[in-house]
Design a protein around this ligand. Structure first.
Ligand SMILES: [Zn+2]
Length: 103
């Protein structure tokens, strides 16, 4: 039993690391204007997150459009506004809004 748990823990750790790497790749691709490539990285991130039940970090969630899975790059394919103490991010691809409290 212990072995299985240990294996699972390790698999999660590896998935977490892969997600972080993919996030960096997506960010690099997005900044370079390669949005379809960035989107592919996002899909891979989400697949890993689902498969291993590893949640994405807050920062990662803020950068991904829930609706169309675009990697959001403010000033390129996303607009960021401050409204009533909240950060509002609009995905320019599908028009979806994302809000979170501004600290
Ligand atoms: Zn979108």
């Amino acid at each position: 039993m212990k072995r299985i748990k240990e294996k699972k823990r390790l698999a999660k750790k590896i998935a977490r690391e892969r997600i972080d790497i993919l996030f960096k790749e997506a960010e690099a691709a997005g900044s370079a204007g390669e949005f379809s490539l960035a989107e592919r990285y996002v899909e891979l991130m989400l697949a890993l997150s689902r498969k291993y039940r590893v949640p994405l970090s807050k920062e990662q969630k803020y950068r991904i459009c829930k609706k169309c899975h675009s990697f959001l790059v403010p000033g390129k394919n996303a607009t960021v506004r401050l409204k009533k103490g909240k950060v509002v991010i609009k995905c320019e691809k599908c028009g979806n809004y994302k809000r979170y409290p501004y600290k």
